[in-house]
Design a binder for this molecule. Structure first.
Ligand SMILES: Nc1ncnc2c1ncn2[C@@H]1O[C@H](COP(=O)(O)OP(=O)(O)OP(=O)(O)O)[C@@H](O)[C@H]1O
Ligand SMILES: [Mg+2]
Length: 337
């Protein structure tokens, strides 16, 4: 059992989470190297709150999401989830197996980026949404029908009866993502990992889907880990934000606070790279050198060293800096801040 310093129990508490993917190497594992996709990541999500995980392509967002839903087994670290059975402590989900893992899967769901790939084309909408209930053996057939119809209405697919027995190919991208949301919610999860849920949708329908997700979060008391590379989406969707760079969280805190007062040189560069909707405004070039590479057997120093415009000797010679609280829960991992 772990408590944070206020004595409030978080819903999710991730500690020192790691996922290393072996690549290369021969049959005997010689010359094997490791991609440090997620490298010592820690964060908390409070009940009913959402956390945005942001960063450039390849920084480890999806891998973190897949660890939290246990689609991947962690290399190391802990994923604590508040125990909803005895109302008490936190249970470490990182090492669960069998029946306990099945119970956990009921509480944590994932919504994927591509609504065209995430639904089985051979299942009707009813079957797709009801599948988690069937797999978990929850409810009788009439109860399942009632629940699915109710959720389809809640996600705006009305009247539900006109969608139940259609197939994914008969629906638009936005409608399919609404089906994926209904499916994620059908077993009353406490926590949803949403991996870029609107990035493949037409701009014109993105806001609708985002609004729907936040409305349902409030109504059904679910929390999100909201994965996005878009800071505007992060701002819209989440109370807190964590900025990832090459497998590390380099800054985290309240979303408004971090975006208004970014402290890490990487976050500053990301914010200056956000388009500003004024065609007359000439943006300064982001103060960031080169482009991201893969964290294959990375040097132990600061991961941002090679691209950092501020880097000095201490950054080169010391280990990757720890996340430190700079006040009011605004954490930064940088020797120069
Ligand atoms: N199954 C895998 N095997 C080997 N390497 C992987 C695997 N999955 C991811 N990686 C590597 O791990 C790193 C992190 O990938 P991940 O998909 O988590 O990034 P991401 O932040 O979600 O990127 P994007 O914004 O493009 O979706 C990348 O370098 C990627 O190439
Ligand atoms: Mg991804």
């Amino acid at each position: 059992m772990v408590e944070n310093k206020n004595g409030n129990m978080p819903l999710v508490k991730v500690e020192h989470l790691k996922k290393y993917f072996p690549v290369g190497g021969d049959f005997f594992g010689r010359n094997q190297v490791y991609i440090h996709a997620v490298d010592d990541v820690s964060f908390e999500i409070q009940h009913g709150k959402s956390l945005a995980l942001v960063g450039e392509s390849g920084c480890g967002k999806t891998t973190t999401g897949k660890l939290l839903t246990r689609l991947y087994d962690p290399t190391d670290g802990h994923i604590f989830l508040a125990d909803n059975q005895d109302g008490g402590g936190l249970v470490d989900m990182a090492s669960l197996k069998g029946k306990e893992l099945k119970h956990y899967r009921q509480r944590v769901q994932m919504i994927f980026q591509d609504p065209y790939e995430s639904l089985n084309p051979r299942l009707t909408i009813y079957d797709a949404v009801a599948e988690p209930l069937t797999v978990q053996g929850i409810g009788t057939t009439p109860e399942r029908e009632f629940k699915v119809a109710q959720l389809l209405e809640q996600v705006g697919l009305t009247p539900a009866s006109s969608f139940m027995f259609r197939y994914p190919h008969e629906l638009s991208g936005g409608q399919r993502q609404r089906v994926a949301i209904a499916r994620a919610l059908v077993i009353n999860p406490d926590f949803i990992v949403a991996d870029e849920p609107t990035s493949m949708l037409d701009v014109s329908i993105r806001t609708g889907v985002m609004n729907l997700m936040s409305e349902l979060a409030q109504k059904l008391n679910v929390s999100y880990l909201y994965i996005t590379h878009d800071l505007a989406v992060a701002r819209y969707s989440s109370d807190d934000i964590a900025v990832m760079y090459m497998g590390k969280v380099v800054e985290r805190g309240n979303t408004e606070e971090v975006l208004a007062n970014p402290l890490h040189p990487y976050t500053r560069a990301l914010i200056s790279a956000v388009p500003i909707p004024d065609p007359m405004y000439k943006r300064p070039d982001p103060a960031i050198l080169g482009s991201i590479s893969k964290p294959i057997n990375p040097k132990p120093r600061c991961r941002f060293y090679d691209r950092c415009p501020l880097a000095v000797k201490v950054c080169e010679e010391s280990l990757h800096p720890p996340l430190e609280d700079k006040g009011d829960g605004h954490y930064v991992a940088c020797y120069l801040v």
